[in-house]
Design a protein around this ligand. Structure first.
Ligand SMILES: Cc1cc2nc3c(=O)[nH]c(=O)nc-3n(C[C@H](O)[C@H](O)[C@H](O)COP(=O)(O)O)c2cc1C
Length: 168
């Protein structure tokens, strides 16, 4: 898919087919995340690729589409990894930005591969850490649910560029 076509094709999907993902698609998504920029190239985050049904159900925390979802990627910031190089700014901000942009790359890669996804930011951090076995050196930032769509939602509107952008 052409790049701008991919950007505009992406939309949040919250209903999925009970269909497995091809391993090469999973790898391509993870490679895309790994290509993202990061502060000082520290890549101060960890990705948990969750395919185990029991862990997915815990992560879903009542969201029924997690009962059939084939893959969730959990992006966790690693504050110490960025903090050791950049101090407080690294530990507070850069690691979060590193994890966030990697998730954005992964989401667009999934779209380009014909897959659907939704970015989840509302979750219980402790529950997520327990579900994936993350240590207390990691802070979960985003869960990216990925699979084959079972719905085509209406497109969400956006602010106009006039409203969004201040030209200085
Ligand atoms: C930081 C962030 C947090 C989000 N958290 C959630 C969430 O917890 N649950 C959910 O269903 N969607 C969540 N979304 C998806 C947004 O609701 C969605 O991107 C937005 O409504 C625009 O719709 P679109 O993605 O279809 O363009 C989140 C998106 C972002 C970027």
């Amino acid at each position: 898919m052409e790049f701008f076509e991919t950007l505009h094709a992406r939309q949040s999907v919250r209903a999925y087919q009970a269909r497995a993902l091809e391993p090469e698609k999973i790898e391509a998504i993870l490679r895309a995340a790994n290509a993202a920029p990061s502060a000082g190239n520290k890549q101060a985050y960890q990705i948990f690729a969750v395919q185990a049904r029991a862990a997915l159900q815990k992560l879903g925390d009542g969201r029924t589409y997690f009962d059939v979802l084939p893959l969730a990627l959990v992006f966790c910031a690693h504050p110490a990894r960025s903090g050791e190089r950049f101090g407080e700014r690294g530990a507070k901000f850069y690691c979060v930005q590193d994890a966030t942009i990697a998730c954005a790359y992964a989401q667009l890669a999934a779209t380009a591969l014909g897959l659907a996804s939704v970015w989840l930011g509302r979750f219980d951090e402790e529950l997520v850490c327990r579900a994936i076995g993350a240590g207390d050196d990691l802070l979960p930032i985003a869960i990216l649910a990925i699979g084959y769509a079972a719905e085509t939602p209406e497109r969400k509107p956006r602010r106009t560029l006039d409203d969004l952008v201040k030209h200085v």
